[in-house]
Design a protein around this ligand. Structure first.
Ligand code: SF4
Ligand code: SF4
Length: 354
């Protein structure tokens, strides 16, 4: 069992040779936990929500690779500078054919740090030509740490890309603790750059949203109230503005699972998620209108299922064989980790759900 100690803290689970680097071992752990509470699928059955089926495919979320300049403690991707998995141009060409065929309205780019994919700029231009809404999930630091990426915010503006940026607190202490020393100051520098271009500024139509996830082993606080707190603190302390704050629950996957186990908080956290089940959130989970695609082109119901290697429950699992009808008719693959999306106010890549 891997324990996050000081010596190994800045490496991915994969580089540490951790037992939890393997999806099958994580699943074994998570599914054993059902002894503590009802299985997620049973819970949905009791609400008349099983099998969970898609509504209509609206969002393609592309994981452009697991490489990242940071190694955050809670990363469910197990991303980091030592991860080399990167989506190829061939796979991106296959995905663009899906964009054309499926008429999705939004393509959401994530990673790792998606900016580090060598085909990133080309991809954004291709999406812009197709008039689909493009979202970039940026960790902010990548944009100011390396000269190569400093021009990217201007490029985002040119293509009207929506920016969703991680900032798990408005204090330096909490951000640096979760994401690494110096991350807070670099994040503020990048946010200032975005504001100077009009991002987050009312009336410009340039969207800049922030993402909060809890530092410890609890659920996020009320999203509306926390957004207000962020707005006041970032304005007063740094003169910064942004549009919305998305609160996201940490799912017990990968490095967050490792964190919970090392802290002896895994069972208590799972109990909290299970006891806080909210049927209103369950109806709106993001896998119903989103499809996640990994760096090799395999399809998943969401980024979390991707990290657990739970591919879509279809005969065709690779994007080269994509058919919109079969994707819209699939049953969503569920597990105990799904309680993370339905606890309290619910959680998705667009924040709370209920
Ligand atoms: S949480 Fe985001 S920024 Fe941090 S290591 Fe993971 S992918 Fe990179
Ligand atoms: S973890 Fe994925 S599959 Fe499960 S409820 Fe959440 S979004 Fe849906």
């Amino acid at each position: 069992m891997s324990v996050a100690n000081k010596k190994t803290k800045l490496k991915s689970l994969q580089r540490r040779g951790s037992y939890l680097a393997h999806a099958a071992n994580q699943i074994q752990f998570l599914e054993k936990d059902h002894l503590q509470g009802e299985r997620f699928s049973e819970k949905l059955k009791s609400q008349g929500l099983f099998p969970l089926t898609p509504t209509k495919l609206e969002i393609l979320q592309l994981n452009l690779g697991y490489m990242c300049d940071l190694t955050c403690e809670h990363c469910h991707v197990d991303a980091g500078p030592d991860r080399k998995e990167i989506m190829t141009k061939e796979t991106l060409d296959q995905i663009l054919r899906v964009v054309d065929q499926s008429q999705v309205s939004t393509v959401d780019l994530t990673g790792g740090a998606p900016e580090m994919n060598p085909h990133f700029l080309w991809l954004v231009e291709e999406l812009s030509d197709r008039n689909v809404k493009t979202i970039i999930r940026s960790n902010l630091t990548i944009l100011v740490s390396n000269k190569k990426f400093r021009t990217y915010p201007d490029f985002f503006k040119k293509h009207r890309v929506e920016v969703i940026a991680s900032l798990p607190c408005y204090t330096q202490e909490n951000v640096d603790k979760q994401r690494g020393s110096g991350v807070f100051n670099k994040s503020i520098e990048a946010l200032k750059l975005f504001n100077s271009l009009g991002y987050g500024v009312e009336g410009t139509g340039l969207s800049l949203h922030l993402v909060y996830n809890p530092g410890g082993a609890g659920l996020p606080p009320d999203q509306t109230q926390l957004e207000q707190d962020y707005k006041v603190r970032l304005k007063e302390d740094w003169g910064l503005v942004f549009n919305h704050l998305y609160t996201i629950t940490n799912l017990p996957i990968s490095r967050y699972l490792d964190f919970l186990l090392a802290a002896g908080k895994y069972e208590a956290y799972m109990s909290t998620l299970i006891e806080s089940f909210n049927p209103l959130a369950a109806e709106k989970v993001m896998c119903r209108n989103t499809l996640s695609i990994d760096w090799e082109g395999y399809m998943y119901d969401c980024d979390f299922n991707q990290m657990l290697q739970l591919k879509v429950a279809n005969k065709q699992q690779h994007v080269k064989d994509f058919q919109v009808q079969t994707i819209n008719q699939r049953s969503i693959v569920l597990g105990q980790h799904c309680y993370g999306c339905t606890a309290g106010a619910g959680s998705s890549c667009q924040g709370s759900l209920a």
